[in-house]
Ligand binder design. Structure first.
Ligand SMILES: Cc1cc2nc3c(=O)[nH]c(=O)nc-3n(C[C@H](O)[C@H](O)[C@H](O)COP(=O)(O)OP(=O)(O)OC[C@H]3O[C@@H](n4cnc5c(N)ncnc54)[C@H](O)[C@@H]3O)c2cc1C
Length: 415
């Protein structure tokens, strides 16, 4: 059957635009359907260096580089005055040594405009509300901005709808996350007292003394993104008003408090709760899930956009082969590859919240070679199988924590 398009992409976030650029380059007719009007706010503002590889592959890096976003050279973790400073220039994997901190409204618009400039049609304010899969094609129902509906036929649908989770909801693919419910409260501020030089653009993650953590992400437009992540019980101990609540949490953190002493909030803090999600499967006949429509873990290591771009890159390659008539194994060629990256980050997220990683990060006896390997994970290179801290983090991280703690104990006993 002759379909309207080869591929229907749901969502014009980073996953959707990178997948689209690659498929269009391979000669396929792609239609992008986006529920909102761009520019639009979305959270997820700190990229990892591995993103640069995928943006470059998709022919989108030049457009991003022209935006003069804040250069991000690393990540600094803070706890009770102690710091652990990762610089991507020292990482183990040979890859990009920097990336960007991006207000997502600007970043996502840049990518979408670059894709449109390549000749792809993007229908804004069109939401996909129903899908049907047939032997030869798929049909999607679009809710148009004037309230009417229309249908589009495609040989394949890539669901890049992020938090919209269109196909997981419509096809009953949702699975609860293994992580407990946490929530985030965040805003953008002016008046951030930033470090200078190479340190200015690094993300800060501050472990609050009462059990939350805070992010500080500086932008080149003079604003800084600040957010707190914790359990609902933690937030309930602070004032109910969102601004008073976030101010109280920031001001009681020994690292974020002084840096934010003159902060002016540019909008009332927004809250996202229970963001962690998972799915039963990443693909099926004539569809695949990409980016946040698959599984989202946690913001702590800024892995979301990297995983979105990595899955978009992989899905588009597998799909190109399928559309050219090859038999492909979506499970082996796509799902297992994506899950390797997700599972590597899962081990780090788990180790952050159970105290294993803070034990390593804030211990004076850290081994610089091992920290370079961990730095590569924080740079997003979670498919580098030559890095033992990628391949065996569940075993390596607790072992390392025990070693650094026992060395610290010996040093104290010897002093
Ligand atoms: C508190 C918090 C902090 C985070 N911080 C970071 C960070 O620092 N760094 C990082 O990399 N990640 C971070 N993330 C994760 C990041 O937000 C996501 O991983 C990332 O946006 C995923 O990109 P995506 O393209 O898959 O989806 P999205 O960016 O969500 O884009 C999906 C698009 O699909 C559209 N859509 C939805 N439903 C429909 C529909 N029915 N029809 C058509 N279009 C639809 C949406 O409007 C949207 O534009 C954070 C997440 C949270 C919750």
């Amino acid at each position: 059957m002759k379909t309207d398009v080869d591929v229907l992409v749901i969502g014009a976030g980073p996953a959707g635009t990178v997948a689209t650029a690659l498929l269009q380059r391979d000669g396929f007719k792609v239609l992008v359907v986006e529920k909102q009007q761009f520019p639009r706010f979305v959270i997820g503002e700190s990229l990892l260096p591995h993103c640069m590889d995928f943006l470059q592959e998709a022919g989108l890096l030049d457009a991003v580089a022209k935006q003069n976003f804040m250069q991000k050279n690393g990540a600094v973790f803070h706890r009770a005055g102690g710091t652990c400073n990762f610089d991507f220039a020292t990482q183990f994997t040979s890859g990009w040594q920097f990336t960007y901190q991006v207000p997502r409204a600007d970043f996502d618009l840049t990518l979408a405009n670059a894709v449109a400039a390549k000749g792809v049609e993007i229908l804004y304010q069109h939401g996909v509300s129903a899908v049907e899969f047939h032997d030869t094609h798929a049909t999607a129902t679009l809710d148009q901005r004037d309230g009417s509906q229309r249908t589009v036929t495609a040989r394949f649908i890539l669901d890049c709808s992020g938090y919209g989770r269109v196909l997981p909801r419509l096809l009953d693919l949702e699975r609860p996350s293994d992580f407990p419910v946490r929530e985030a409260l965040f805003t953008h501020v002016t008046g951030d007292h930033r470090p200078e030089g190479r340190e200015e653009g690094k993300i800060w993650a501050c472990l609050h003394p009462e059990g939350a953590w805070l992010w500080i992400i500086p932008f080149s437009n003079g604003k800084t993104s600040v957010g707190a992540v914790a359990t609902p019980e933690f937030f309930a101990r602070y004032p109910e008003n969102p601004e008073a609540r976030l101010r109280a949490i920031i001001s009681t953190d020994p690292s974020a408090g002084p840096r934010m002493r003159d902060a002016q909030f540019t909008f009332e803090p927004r809250r996202i709760a229970g963001y962690a999600c998972a799915v039963k499967q990443l693909h099926g006949p004539r569809f695949a899930l990409v980016g946040n429509a698959t599984e989202f873990l946690d913001p702590i290591f800024s892995s979301g956009v990297t995983l979105a771009l990595a899955s978009a890159s992989r899905a588009s390659k597998v799909l190109t082969r399928e559309l050219r008539g090859e038999t492909v194994d979506w499970q082996a060629d796509y799902a297992e590859h994506v899950m390797q990256g997700i599972n590597a980050f899962r081990a780090y997220v788990t180790a952050w919240y159970d105290g294993t990683l803070p034990d390593i990060f804030f211990n004076a006896g850290r081994n610089p070679d091992i920290m370079r390997q961990i730095c590569s994970v924080l740079a997003g290179y979670v498919w580098d199988k030559s890095n033992p801290y990628v391949t065996q983090p569940q075993r390596a991280l607790p072992l390392l924590a025990r070693i650094v703690k026992s060395q610290a104990g010996l040093a104290t006993a010897g002093a």
